[in-house]
Design a protein around this ligand. Sequence first.
Ligand code: VGL
Ligand code: ZN
Length: 258
Amino acid sequence: VFDTDDDGFITKEEFSHCWENWIKIVISPTSAFLIVDVQNDFILGSLNVSEQPANQNPEEIIRPINHLLDFVSFDTVFYSLDWHPPNHMSFIDNIHQYEFDPSSPVTVNEAKLYDTVIYSGNPPIRQKLWPKHCIQNGWGAQLHDNLIVLDDAIKIYKGTYPTVESYSAFWDNNKLNQTELYNYLKEKNITDLYICGVAYDVCVYATALDSIEFGYRTIVIDDCCRGMDLNAIEEAKNDILKNNGIIINSHEVKAMVE
Ligand code: VGL
Ligand code: ZN
């Protein structure tokens, strides 16, 4: 395998080839950093996670995230963006545009914000109702102004189709369609995926579970996440740990990556 010209010696070129293709990968982890949905609507706008019972200022996560971007040499940095068309079925204002399934626990006339409804479909579609948020190209969908956005980072857009909800940055909620994230991670031979962002108990949680399922060493950076509901955050963290995910503080990241 090493000695492709079979002369008993490994040339520099042969070694470089092996190094680039597998030795480097075997002996050292390759780390990517995924920043989930740090967009205006989740930090300051319509789905501002600090209005929820967790009641911590979500802007506090920007500084430690920027610090990691400045001082840790990740192989690749990804930003995921919740990126909905105006008629997305997750918005409570749009429920009259979609047909409710008879099995829905609440009817179109009863449905309130944060209820889960069931729309007709084959199979029927369970959907939690949210305020309008992250409309494609709008202010709410922009990454927070203070967040450092690296020039060579990759953006992953999700929830882009009206009748498809996507909490995870990998998959839609029904696991029918993938984003480009997994292809990029494979192409770049990433072994370790560091994840942070909002909402801890929704999109960060779903993304972490999918990352684990794809086989990545999955590290969630606790102080760089904020969520909607304290109990749900605790449950999400327990579930991540139970599935062999890792949860650490941002000051531990640099030593792990380098
Ligand atoms: C999210 C609710 C609806 C999230 C996205 O990014 O956590 N939450 N859409
Ligand atoms: Zn959304």
